[in-house]
Design a protein around this ligand. Structure first.
Ligand code: AMP
Ligand code: GLY
Length: 419
């Protein structure tokens, strides 16, 4: 098959590498891709959210299968547009992608179907939202922009002043654009966080190995939220008993709720969970693979990813083999200086040739090729992943490899997997 992976981050490099290894893949394309995908695929200069451009390219090149990895093309209906032209694709259609595209929809779904989550209120008026926070008088309080915001649309306010600033910047200054037309104000939950990515074709649900993201920029979970600074898998808090409970109270009810709403979800459904004292609760849904969760989940996948994806698309996931290795994986993100705020691009990256332990994979995220050199091109630049028999071994290998790679301003967390 000729396969196209849509997107350009570390997740897309990980997906592309797994598909590249599939016996079912003859030719691999990535649009727009990065310097890492360029080593295994033909990069095509089409923006990830350019639906017409992507459909055109697929028709012209006779692409057999498309993996739409990022949230925005999914929310914009890329899978629907491809299906109209008879092109098979992995990922939910537009109606199902709303589970991530609107937090108001997601909260309403959970409320209607009794799926455990934080209590919430919705506001489209800044003053009303402010009055609500002031009247409730409970801190911390969680304020979320309704729409997509690059994983940064959540602010945890510790005081009325912080809540007021957050509401003003989301709803009036529109720091997340139209995503901030409505906000969700949510009860603050605490407990270990777990990410569980599930394959589903709307009938069968197959959870992948659990993982843990590290969202804050600095060690000790300090500083602002990022897209994710590192991950480990499996997540040691996610016991078989909790997994069973999540399947019964969260995963299955969510997939069935989407069916009931006429929004059957096919693809990778990501559950961001918090294991609270009163049981597991949903923090967020994503309609796609997580980044950088994918960079620890796929290195542990022993089955052929492309075959599993096709089974999802064709509604025969029940017959697919999805096996994970019993070991552990870790991913350490190397980010640009200044991220998640303003950062410079175009800085040369050195040390990419290693040599690295064979258990290590260097996933490119925000990288580009310039005059034959690999340079920085985004906030999260590289994800250094390693597998091992144990988590400490995987972490040691990932950090040893990360040590060898340099670029000006490089930031990394030194405490991935310590919790
Ligand atoms: P999200 O973008 O929805 O994943 O939120 C980003 C991060 O904010 C999550 O990973 C949590 O650490 C935190 N968060 C979101 N919602 C809540 C909540 N209700 N209570 C506590 N922390 C939260
Ligand atoms: N790592 C969190 C996400 O992909 O949204």
């Amino acid at each position: 098959m000729k396969v196209l992976v849509v997107g350009s981050g570390g997740r897309e490099h990980a997906l592309a590498l797994a598909i590249y290894k599939s016996p079912r893949c003859d030719r691999l394309y990535c649009a727009p891709g990065n310097a890492g995908t360029a080593m295994i695929a033909e990069n095509v200069p089409i923006a990830a959210a350019d639906i017409a451009g992507m459909v055109d390219f697929c028709l012209k090149t006779a692409i057999d299968y498309v993996v739409v990895a990022p949230d925005d093309p999914l929310a914009l209906g890329m899978v629907d547009a491809l299906a109209e032209k008879g092109i098979r694709a992995f990922g939910p259609d537009k109606r199902a992608a709303v589970i991530e595209g609107s937090k108001v929809f997601a909260k309403g779904l959970m409320e209607r179907y009794g799926i455990p989550t934080a209590r919430y209120r919705v506001y489209d008026d800044c003053v009303a939202a402010y009055n609500d926070v002031r009247t409730a008088g409970k801190y911390p309080v969680v304020i979320k922009a309704d729409g997509l915001a690059l994983g940064k649309g959540v602010i945890i306010a510790q005081s009325l002043g912080e809540a007021q600033d957050a509401l003003k910047s989301i709803m009036e200054d529109k720091i997340f654009g139209a995503s901030g037309n409505r906000v969700v104000i949510e009860e603050f939950l605490s407990g270990p966080e777990v990410s569980v990515l599930c394959f589903t074709d709307g009938k069968t649900i197959v959870p992948m190995v659990s993982s843990m993201d590290h969202k804050r920029i600095y060690d000790g979970d300090k500083g602002p939220n990022t897209g994710g600074m590192g991950t480990v898998a499996p997540n040691r808090h996610y016991t078989p008993e909790i997994a069973e409970e999540c399947m019964r109270t969260i995963f299955r009810p969510t997939v069935e709720a989407m069916n009931s709403e006429g929004r059957t979800f096919k693809g990778c459904l990501y559950f961001g969970l918090m294991l609270t004292e009163s049981g597991p609760k949903v923090i967020e849904y994503n309609c796609r693979f997580g980044d950088p969760e994918t960079q620890v989940v796929l290195p542990l996948l022993q089955s052929d990813l492309l075959s599993v994806m096709e089974a999802v698309t064709d509604g025969r996931l029940q017959q697919a083999e999805v096996r994970f290795s019993p070991g552990a994986a870790a991913c350490v993100v190397l980010a640009s200086g200044g991220y998640p705020g303003h950062y410079e691009k175009g800085l040369e990256i050195t040390g990419l040739q290693g040599p690295f332990d064979p258990a290590v994979t260097v996933y490119h995220a925000g990288t580009a090729l310039r005059d034959g050199k690999v340079v920085t091109a985004g906030g999260r630049v590289l994800g250094i992943s390693a597998v091992g028999e144990s988590l400490p071994q995987a972490l040691e290998r990932a950090y040893a490899a990360a040590e060898k790679i340099a670029f000006p301003g490089r930031q990394l967390r030194t405490d991935i997997g310590r919790k």
